[in-house]
Design a protein around this ligand. Sequence first.
Ligand code: AMP
Ligand code: MG
Length: 395
Amino acid sequence: MKSVDAHLAEILATVRPLAPLELELEQALGATLAEEVASPVPLPPFDNSAMDGYAVRAADISDVPVTLPVIDDVAAGSDELRAVGPGHAVRIMTGALLPAGADAVVPVEWTDGGTVSVRIDRPVQAGNAIRRAGEDVQAGEVVLKPGTVIRPAQLGIIAGVGRRRVWARPRPRVVVISTGAELVEPGGQLAPGQIWDSNSFTLTAAVLEAGADGFRAGSVGDDPGALLEQLDTQLLRADAIITSGGVSMGAYEPVKEALSPLGTVRFDKVAMQPGMPQGFGVLGDDQVPIFALPGNPVSSFVSFMLFVRPALDKMRGLPGGMPETVTAYVTGALRSPAGKRSFLRGVLASDGTVSPVHGQGSHQLAALASANALIVVPEDVTEVAGGSEVEVIRL
Ligand code: AMP
Ligand code: MG
């Protein structure tokens, strides 16, 4: 049997970061920056008001209350150059260009709000409520480095320095295909022997949470020919493919039957529970990685977390490795088969304990859905006493 680490190492040695593309901002969320982003101008580009109020000379309002004539009005976006002379005030809005001569803004709340003349009740220091040019970013300054994942705030600063497009590694496009003649689309009726297809939903959602785009291609039954046809179609748009089911030792294993003859996909027994049967390889001229995961719902999900997620990280240009673990105290005794790494479903509590959920079978999807962690039991450990320290992967 192959070790979990060896299987992951083989996967990470095969998958490559996606080539950067020039992405429109609308497509850039979740992509990984492949260039330095610098600002061509200072930000803010000009001195402006931080508040709605009155632009004044601070020296004019050292003795309050004081009433000043309001000689002008300046709104955000106005490009008319204004000036504030001694003893004058200009009504100003947040973000508006600071008039020449003004050295402070009095917030409207400290005044009577007048439009012809204004009574000011509190003195201000020079510089009050003024946002200086370049206070956020200097002209030419780098605001984002390559390797940064573009989240909403990063997208904001890219737009904020005036860019419409950016060089970034896109979110991988991952096609999810179910196999199994017993599968029915949720919403339909079950005939005897049938179950609803849950894996394709779990896996597509997991892809999305991993920062990639998942496409559900539905089920191809147990027909290897139908699978090959589906793969042919999907390879055009996929950066990676995930299949579920059809990789074990029984008859009707369409994934194994269809892909083994190609010679580019390996099927192994990996020393883990759940999830022992695993297939991995590449397909087509573009060497698109394919993850052939086992069909049991818990097995396919755990396999995704251990093998597909790190691979997607690498495709995104991020470090890809084993999921991080935290230490916790297990509330009950655990058993694990000799020679296999177990990933038991548990509930991690804020007091640092983890409780195994009831129902550790690899088909027990409801038990998985009640868990928030995987308790990792190493290969050489077969029994863990209640109260012991264990490593836990948060879900
Ligand atoms: P297989 O790996 O194809 O032998 O499937 C193992 C078990 O997982 C069987 O009980 C299947 O019915 C079940 N299974 C396979 N695919 C799915 C799926 N997409 N959704 C839910 N259960 C599945
Ligand atoms: Mg099957």
